[in-house]
Design a protein around this ligand. Sequence first.
Ligand code: MG
Length: 188
Amino acid sequence: MKEKKIIYSREEMFKMNKKKLEERGVTLEDIALIAYKQQSKYNPDIELSTCLESVAKILTYRDIFHAVQLGIEIDILTEQGKLSQPMQDILAEDLGMFGIDELLGLSIASNYGVIGQTNFGDIDVNKPGIVGKLNKDGKGGKCHTFLDDIVGALAAAASTRVAQIQSEEVAEHDPNIKQLQMNLKQKK
Ligand code: MG
């Protein structure tokens, strides 16, 4: 019997995530655009390509791979009517009081701390770009119950990651921090 493959490399996980998202009508650029819109309010100098790099990076992490793949799988099975009741109807109707989709989104965003979580909350409430489109399309025929939260959370994570990298760059150019680093080195 062929051995089952359940562990994937980061490169493989990235490719599978990208493919799965695209099959569901979401490009990495769509996600980067939301991250860009959110983060450029605080950092007007950032570029869309930086946000896109962050989206790509985040899609290589194992925890995030599992969340993306599982959430999308549930949406697909729901669309195909393959779940049993009561979950079939609850998910197909995208019941507002069902919160496990948000919980999955929150688990993705939580990789980037409290700021990641609040950034996810902002996207969840305001539904910018592709998130709004997914939400609307999910009301007719399609099931995007998990996908809209996954995409919002990936955008929030990417946006927060960009902010973290920016802070590190600022810190590196701060003469006080440079001095602190030198002192630490001398102590070692
Ligand atoms: Mg949802």
